[in-house]
Design a protein around this ligand. Structure first.
Ligand code: CTP
Ligand code: CA
Length: 224
């Protein structure tokens, strides 16, 4: 039975994964969200567990089952995701930030449902903290893998994010054409400081396994 389960290259490693969108409340019945389904991040969590890692999954609001053997923490807003990630960050060897963290939240949450005025509505938004950049600024931080969903100049924008956020690796995907958000398949351009590799279109689980193989390779090359 053990042999049938295949190789477990991540045995003994603790891997933290964030996944899904965040919802930023406007009032008790409305929120600002995004179209992330959480499927890529959940596939990464499942693949890491299949490869033997001890996996903690910080999940935004998604309609997905917890992969077997994965410890799941549910959150809703970027602020909640930030505290959950920071709470777990330092005990993990690897952090894969697949969540589509909302960039903005309403400046204030209305205590009661907003009523129509016939005048339109201007919503004031505040920028959310950059969770990944905060983890990168911790003195003892895990090996950091970001995701970047872009609609243009994919590799250029993703490499800029790798450097700006001080990451070890970034997985870029072009959203659209049956790939990316809300889609079954994906394709990834995996980028690190010294190189990059394209992982051609495949199911998110297959890509997750391929991505983790590159992550482990770079993790070991980094001498950690
Ligand atoms: N990220 C994060 N906290 C945020 C925004 C993004 O931790 N507040 C993480 C995401 O989980 C992802 C990476 O940063 O791993 C890149 O996210 P992305 O939205 O592509 O980058 P931004 O820096 O938000 O830039 P922009 O949306 O303007 O392209
Ligand atoms: Ca963003």
């Amino acid at each position: 039975l053990i042999a049938l389960r295949g190789p477990r290259p991540l045995a003994g490693k603790r891997v933290l994964v964030s996944a899904g969108p965040t919802y930023e409340d406007i009032d008790p019945v409305r929120f600002v969200g995004n179209r992330s389904s959480g499927r890529m991040g959940f596939a990464v969590a499942r693949a890491a567990a299949e490869q033997g890692a001890e996996v903690t999954l910080i999940a935004g609001p998604v309609a997905l089952d917890t992969p077997s053997g994965v410890m799941r923490v549910d959150v809703r807003s970027a602020e909640q995701m930030r505290s959950a990630v920071l709470q777990h960050a330092t005990v993990n060897e690897i952090f894969i930030s697949a969540a589509a963290v909302g960039d903005y939240r309403p400046q204030s949450v209305a205590p009661h449902k907003l009523k129509k005025t016939g005048q339109g509505l201007a919503l004031a938004l505040t920028e959310n903290p950059d969770i990944l950049a905060e983890v990168a600024a911790l003195p003892e931080h895990p090996f950091l893998v970001g995701f970047a969903a872009e609609t243009e100049s994919v590799e250029e924008y993703a490499r800029a994010k790798l450097l700006r956020k001080n990451l070890d690796m970034i997985a870029a995907n072009c959203v659209g054409n049956g790939c990316g958000f809300e889609a079954e398949d994906n394709q990834l351009n995996v980028i690190w400081r010294e190189g990059s590799e394209c992982l051609p279109r495949a199911s998110k689980l297959v890509l997750a396994h391929q991505l983790l193989a590159r992550v482990l390779e770079r993790y070991q090359a980094s001498g950690r």
